[in-house]
Write a protein that binds this ligand. Structure first.
Ligand code: AMP
Ligand code: MG
Length: 498
């Protein structure tokens, strides 16, 4: 009876598992002892046409836990390689995840449903194939917040506790999540076949990405160059989004960069509190390779690795292939700068950009860096300013060098009032719609994770998620969720938790 019901509830249509056998390993998720629901994302379930009540019930929980594979699913662990912190590893792959299959959403788009933390696979190496509840909840909270901020990201359909411990530095409760993505092809997926000199596979994978990501190849000298161009454009836009909200991915290895242009693989990620380009949270990033200010350059470097891997597809003649790849990759800095400038001028309340705007931004950021000002709060308070402001106003109080700040502020005010055809109320409204009141602040995330780890109770995490679902809502201003951490609350490192 249950199986029949499942049949009708999720309609899988698997395109990746129809690719050649060497692209993946076929295997079922490993069942767990005592699955228990942590969270169901009703909006995503509805979008995918999955009954949320069913998902929250015993059959749905068994499905997320990997204890029952629904009919129509074709579970596979994907093969990929990757540069980890600059070092090439020819075989990584899904070591603790299985792609169950794909479903068509209400928008007609195709979405992968992948279980993460679902047990060992042929790609597990020395890992246990499992995930602890903390990192699972971090991915849930942070990815949903990133989505609410309007940034492309994978989503979480649901998460369950396994009832089994995982062994890290200490013994922790295990958990599994179901991730929803517009694709799981990574830069490292191409590198996997490039390392094996398997040009046929590179071509098949590139054709898959072009079709799946609806990449327009018309007008391009070569369809695979069009794919690289699309990756360059999407990645430039994505990283500009990250910079504009102060998001630090933490592990921008090439295996964590998606061809779908989505934020993927939430590990030791974090939102920056006080502004500084050198900000790093990940405890595994000792050198600061993936610091906030390095993200654009690293994205560029990663795209160059994609170009190297797919080089044989660009032209018959190698010199021509190199020329085409280089031209595509060289476009990144300007594309990034343009995307970044659009977002940051909007954050400043500037409607039509002019020369000098980026200097105005740079000066604001410098003032913030000098006084370790909270990035999110500074932009939010700038958005809340209306009319004339007195000496003790909120934003000014954030800067020790009041004189320098006041000079910048007057310059800013002259600049925004020069934008014609825009009233103050309109400008404030536009700024409040791009400068969030609330972000998943590390101290709040850590508190929610610690609670769940200690007691299994996720109510704090769920409440935090409810707040983060409406990041621009003025009802959050001046609440504990909008405030930066007090000195004793500051989180200095986030752990990868693998
Ligand atoms: P990540 O840093 O989470 O992006 O993972 C990097 C690589 O390590 C991927 O190939 C993962 O599948 C693998 N991996 C991470 N954690 C585990 C684990 N607990 N067991 C097996 N493989 C893992
Ligand atoms: Mg990864």
């Amino acid at each position: 009876m249950g199986l029949m019901k499942t049949d009708r509830l999720i309609r899988f249509d698997n395109s990746y598992s129809r690719l050649p056998e060497r692209f993946f390993a076929r295997l079922a998720p490993e069942p767990v002892a005592a699955p228990r629901l942590l969270h169901v994302n009703r909006a995503i379930a509805d979008h995918l046409g999955v009954d949320a009540d069913w998902l929250a019930g015993p059959e749905g929980v068994a499905f997320i836990a990997g204890n029952r594979v629904p009919d129509g699913a074709d579970p596979i662990a994907l093969a990929y390689a990757g540069h980890q912190f600059g070092h090439f590893v020819p075989q990584l792959g899904d070591g603790r995840a299985v792609l169950l299959g794909e479903v068509i959403g209400r928008d007609g788009e195709r979405y992968d449903i992948q279980l993460k933390g679902s047990g060992r696979t042929p790609f597990s190496r020395s890992g246990d194939g499992r995930a602890a509840i903390g990192p699972i909840l971090r991915e849930l909270i942070v990815s949903e917040a990133v989505a609410a901020l309007g940034v492309p990201t994978t989503r979480v359909l649901a998460a369950v506790a396994t009832g089994q411990p995982v062994f890290r530095d200490s013994m922790l409760p295990g958990a599994v999540l179901a991730r929803v993505a517009r694709g799981h092809t990574r830069i490292g997926s191409f590198q996997y076949f490039a390392a094996r000199r398997d040009t046929e596979a590179l071509r098949i994978l590139a054709d898959y990405v072009i079709e799946r990501q609806a990449i327009d190849t018309t007008g391009s000298v070569n369809r695979y160059v069009a794919m690289l161009d699309a990756a360059v454009l999407r990645t430039a836009s994505l990283v500009a989004d990250w910079q504009s909200i102060g998001f630090i991915h933490g592990v921008m290895n090439t295996d964590n960069m998606s061809l779908a242009g989505e934020t993927i693989d939430y590990g030791p990620c974090a939102f920056m509190d006080s502004y500084h380009p050198g900000t790093v949270f990940s405890s595994i990033d000792q050198q600061g390779r993936y610091a906030y200010g390095n993200q654009p350059a690293i994205a560029h470097w990663n795209l160059a690795k994609l170009a190297e891997a797919t080089l044989p597809l660009f032209a018959e003649e190698e010199s021509e292939a190199v020329r085409r790849a280089q031209a595509s990759i060289d476009a990144f800095p300007a594309l990034f700068e343009a995307a970044y400038a659009r977002r940051m001028t909007a954050k400043l309340g500037i409607r039509s950009a002019r020369s000098g705007d980026m200097e105005l931004l740079a000066e604001f950021l410098e003032l913030m860096a000098a006084d370790a000002c909270d990035f999110t709060l500074a932009f939010r308070r700038l958005s809340l300013i209306r009319g004339e402001v007195g000496p003790d106003w909120d934003l000014g109080g954030m800067f020790r060098n009041r004189e320098a700040f006041r000079a910048w502020f007057e310059k800013w005010r002259r600049r925004v009032t020069a934008d014609e055809g825009c009233t103050e109320a309109e400008r404030c409204g536009a700024m409040l719609a791009v400068n969030p009141a609330v972000i998943p602040r590390n101290h709040l995330v850590e508190e929610a994770l610690a609670d769940a780890e200690a007691t299994g109770d996720v109510s704090r995490a769920v409440h935090l998620m409810d707040v983060l679902a409406a990041p621009f809502d003025e009802k959050h201003d001046n609440t504990e969720f909008a405030l930066p951490p007090r000195a004793e609350q500051i989180v200095r490192a986030t752990f990868c938790g693998t």
